[in-house]
Design a protein around this ligand. Sequence first.
Ligand code: LLP
Length: 382
Amino acid sequence: MFTENQIKSFGSKTTPFYFYDLDILKKTLNEVKTNAPKEYHIHYALKANSNPVILKLIKDAGFGADCVSGNEVKRAVETGFKPNDIVFAGVGKSDEEINYALDVDIFCFNVESTAELTVINELAKVKGKKAKVALRINPNVDAHTHKYITTGLEENKFGINPYEFDTVLNLIKTLPNIELIGLHFHIGSQITSLTPFKNLCLRVNEINHWFIEKGYLLPNINVGGGLGINYHEPDNEAIPDFKSFFEVFKQFLELKPGQQLHFELGRALVANCGSLISKVLYIKNGINTNFAILDAGMTELIRPALYQAYHKIENLSNTGESNVKYDVVGPICESSDCFGKAVMLPETKRGDIIAIRSAGAYGEVMSNRYNLRDEVRTFFGE
Ligand code: LLP
């Protein structure tokens, strides 16, 4: 929901741009803090949005950071996240990235393979350090989300499979520069039912038990992120139900004495504070439909083209009845450059301001300059 002043200000700005409502972001962060038990550690997944203004707010609210590249670790450190609150995941960490993370003494590497363990050990040895690692486990739990953002199934490239556990523990015994401090899981993203999280808890209990039996009571359990948001009702449900989410873990996850619980939430914190604001360049009447051609395209927001993702589209210049059907498309030379097909909008004309909602997560960060487009702009409001 935008105020009249905001809409007026959009009209005088060069479009397209991302508009971030920092008030919504602050309220969302507050909800997380109110509902997460004090002893839970929440690391914000920078991959969802690493805009410095947003990051600073999240850092100031006391969250840790979850990074998937050396540059994200660097951005987190530069923003002021404490290295001891930074976790670093990814199936393909380069030597340079590992070295940087070792230099700044991050809290933990989430390690995805035996090969990576060996490399981290070698690099840590050169520096005379002991690298703290958590094993990223592939729990084979279905997240029931889009296949491109499902990560916890055996067929996915992520994590270490249970049949490798004995080998991994034997290997770790031979690696003096590795300190095993935890287990890490992440089953996917935009998960809108709590059942996959309950299933994850049950699986984590089994795996935790297996490690304890082998003599490894590991102090950290990290259950990743994945909590989805309501893309259809960004105003009625701007903030996800964090209370019920954390309740699942309180109820079903059996932590042993001394074990700490970590989360890596991305989308749920930032998606609904952002909108992509654009202007209508042309209306074109097709055979079966009308095209509303925007000055924003898949270069600014790729989610609809890549995942067939739904984003609510609103005409902010005409708040009349939505009784005309449009295919809302961008200017890029690809047919996949479409934000929504058969979208009901009020009569729409050249110059109208269009908001594509819930674009705060995986929007700006995934933008690119295909067709030599300008870098996307940003604008903040309260
Ligand atoms: N932890 C790990 C290990 C991850 O791989 C991810 C996301 C997260 C945490 C944060 O997940 P979240 O809470 O945001 O669901 N570009 C896609 C989403 C890719 C998610 C990748 N991993 C999209 O636009 O939907």
